[in-house]
Design a protein around this ligand. Structure first.
Ligand SMILES: [Zn+2]
Length: 239
């Protein structure tokens, strides 16, 4: 599987997933169709599937235009209103691209029906707006307890698993992480790395389960109450 980031809006990433043997290409969370169609055309890839992690417009706004342009099959969370959805996904649902078998887990918190798409063979997970590098999504619909449980499920994947998130929020998250864990050397080192990448306008994703276990305060919280305090503090943190 080849995975390409297509930047959209100010800080979204739309992920293009290409499987060369089958010629299939999936798009994860297309908030906008135009940049995705342009990138696919540039690479000579034909979009066959759209996968949504949750209903927010910046993750689904391009669904209908992509379907119209390519005939792609749209799969998204069963519990949410997803434009153009053909396949409704819930805990344990299967999702394939070529010979790669994916599975769905439900990770509520940011939204109530939010899902992650996991490809165990390739050690890849698409996590939408639930986990960000060194941070996590805001609690728009769910509770702190739900989000804590969802993050722990993602953190329980094999350490080498690559995590593909929906936004480039890493630098702001790293500053908050350094603020709440000033003695954590892994966080301090990663803040420097991320700063250097962003100074050159480079992407900081994907992250990995191992990195998040070491440097993400929201993943490192030991119970949901501790998580809830961090989330509240981050909501008003200005770096
Ligand atoms: Zn969202």
């Amino acid at each position: 599987m080849e995975i390409i980031a297509v930047p959209a809006f100010t800080d979204n990433y739309i992920w293009l997933v290409h499987d060369a043997p089958s010629g299939e290409t999936a798009v994860v969370d297309p908030g906008d169709a135009a940049p995705v169609l342009a990138e696919a055309e540039r690479r000579g890839w034909t979009i066959t599937q759209v996968w949504n992690t949750h209903h927010h417009w910046d993750h689904t706004g391009g669904n209908l235009a992509l379907k119209q342009a390519t005939g792609a099959r749209i799969s998204g969370p069963a519990a949410e209103d997803i434009k153009g959805r053909d396949g409704a996904l819930s805990e344990g649902s299967a999702l394939d691209i070529g010979a790669h078998a994916g599975r769905v887990i439900e990770i509520p918190g940011h939204t109530l029906g939010h899902i992650a798409l996991i490809f165990d063979d390739a050690r890849i997970a698409f996590v939408g707006d639930t986990l960000f590098a060194m941070g996590c999504g805001r609690l728009f619909e769910g509770t702190a307890e739900q989000m804590f449980t969802s993050l722990q499920r993602l953190a329980g994947l094999p350490p080498e698993t690559a995590l593909y998130c929906g936004h480039e929020y890493t630098l702001a998250n790293a500053r908050f992480a350094a603020h709440v864990e000033p003695g954590n050397h892994a966080i301090a080192a990663r803040l420097q790395e991320v700063q250097a990448l962003r100074d050159n306008d480079e992407i900081t994703l994907p992250t990995s389960v191992a990195q998040e276990r070491e440097t993400n305060p929201f993943v490192r919280a030991t119970n949901w109450q501790e998580f809830a305090k961090l989330r509240t503090e981050k909501d008003s943190f200005r770096s």
